[in-house]
Design a protein around this ligand. Sequence first.
Ligand code: ZN
Length: 265
Amino acid sequence: MHILIMTDIEGVAGVVKPLVDTTGGNVNYPRNCRLLTEEVNAAVRGFMQAGASAVTVWDGHGCGAIDFETLQPPARLIHGGPTPPLVWLFSRLAGRFNAIAHVGQHAMAGERSGNLNHTQSSAEIISYTLNGREIGEIAQFALLAGSFGLPYIFLSGDQAACREAEELQPGIVTAAVKEGLGRASALTLTCIEARALIEQQAGLALRQHLQHPLPPVRWPGPYILRKSFFHTEVTDMYLGDANVRVLDNHTVELRGESIPEIIYK
Ligand SMILES: [Zn+2]
């Protein structure tokens, strides 16, 4: 049982403020990378104690957020950048894994109770919908993994991210390390308690999955992805693209037959 953990930084206990806490070059950033990596270590311990044979960690935060010296064995790390496109890379690696998890994940853009809520680019994106249903980064990755037959078994993040994962995948086990009090504030566990909770819940997630396997997250196609942007110059980038309908000044619509071809377009 080989688990893939996709990481982000906005759902980590102690990381709370937009930009200054989440982007390189700021005074708290190296500490926040260590906070994330210790939460990842906790999840790895939980999975290994519950019977995992291997855990691979994918450093999913844009500028890189795993502190390499802090990451403990037996984890393996996918990192670097610019990497090949995520879907291309994932399609080549998916056969090595048996299930996926999120650590440090945040809620979708527009979820007001979600600390650091956003979808992909907090400067550009108002919202995404897929076949009429609002989605964020949680559904994007769970659906991509699901299209390769990989179930989604665990998430740690703030309460709103946990709710989002539970709505997407009933039966998933979560660990809420903070309660968003708005996009830029939260009521947070200590890092010691956050790590203990993540270790316990990751272990529970894998034990439950081994006893009663969760199905991969799959939605029937074909797919219509609508993307809404704050600024019109982002909309303009799609002008003349035969595969995209520009619906209004802020919204474009893309169609696809499969999840891999559309979910990160
Ligand atoms: Zn993110």
